[in-house]
Ligand binder design. Structure first.
Ligand SMILES: [Zn+2]
Length: 109
């Protein structure tokens, strides 16, 4: 299993999961039970997670998520240059290592 990305809310997580499944990609939504238990743990640890069982699906899954982000008029998903984490466009920093988003995140779109 590989953690594909995190979503800031459950609605978005299930929306992306549905899009991925429609594209023939197996995906699991995890961490769905923590959102009501925010307390001592960092907020990002409570976010829903999208996991893919098959590593070879990762690039296709990312393409689906990128396309979905564009369709929704949101900022494009970007990949952290420091640690390689996949991040939603609204984030200006990597949640994983704290690196700033590159100045031209849309360059690969
Ligand atoms: Zn990072």
């Amino acid at each position: 299993m590989k953690l594909l990305t995190r979503c800031s809310n459950l609605v978005e997580a299930h929306h992306w999961a549905n899009l991925l499944r429609a594209a023939g990609i197996r995906v699991e939504v995890r961490n769905t039970w923590l959102s009501g238990a925010v307390g001592d743990i960092p907020q990002r640890e409570t976010w829903p997670q999208l996991w893919i069982p098959l590593l070879q699906d990762e690039s296709a899954a990312m393409a689906v998520i990128r396309a979905a982000g564009r369709d929704a008029g949101k900022l494009p998903v970007w990949r952290c240059p420091a640690c390689g984490e996949l991040l939603e466009g609204q984030f200006a920093q990597c949640w994983n290592c704290g690196a700033d988003r590159p100045l031209s995140p849309s360059s690969e779109a």
